[in-house]
Design a protein. Structure first.
Length: 185
């Protein structure tokens, strides 16, 4: 259910684009993101920094799209968001000697330090590739193709990447001993 909630604005953007065009879709994406953040706050009484960042980027670039009636701004939004996320990971690592992925996920995962570093670089590199790929699709193809890529291509690539990360991580997760798997009698 959380995954659907995370993709709620993208799905609504896609549906609105197909029925009413890019500018209506942009307004719907802004409104859906505001609703998503409001709902999350209502449920958890906390908004994560990445959610604030996403909201700021959609309001800024979506707002620029609507004010200027130029779809270029909304096409840049994913690249800017990917760039900020990947850039934050690398800045944290190289400038502050902090692995922000580890800070974020340390309570959920126990990994050796080398695996955390690989994870950080692979995610930052993935975000960089996705940002460049978004711009390539935005400028090399028509808006309809870009919107389709934004929903199906980006989500598909993210799914493949997450599955690959899962396979990599499975090699580094602590193994359950056979004795601990048995039911106590």
């Amino acid at each position: 259910m959380k995954v659907l909630a995370d993709f709620f604005p993208i799905i609504l953007f896609f549906v609105a684009y197909k029925t009413a065009g890019i500018f209506t879709a942009t307004a719907v994406a802004i409104a859906a993101t505001v609703v998503q953040i409001g709902w999350h706050y209502f449920r958890h009484r906390r908004i994560e920094p990445l959610q604030w960042l996403s909201l700021g980027v959609i309001v800024l670039f979506g707002g620029a799209t609507l004010l200027s009636q130029d779809e270029t701004f909304i096409k840049w939004k994913p690249t800017v968001l990917y760039g900020l996320m990947g850039g934050a990971l690398w800045v944290g690592h190289f400038l502050f000697q902090r692995n922000f992925l580890r800070v974020l996920l340390d309570k959920q995962l126990t990994l050796p330090e080398a695996a955390w570093v690989v994870l950080l670089h692979s995610w930052a590199g993935f975000f960089a590739v996705m940002g460049v790929l978004n711009l390539w699709v935005a400028y090399a193809f028509d808006t309809d193709t870009w919107v389709n890529f934004k929903l199906f291509g980006s989500m598909g690539l993210m799914l493949v990447f997450v599955l690959a990360q899962g396979i990599y991580l499975s090699r580094h997760l602590p193994q359950e001993s056979p004795d601990s798997a048995k039911d106590p009698q």
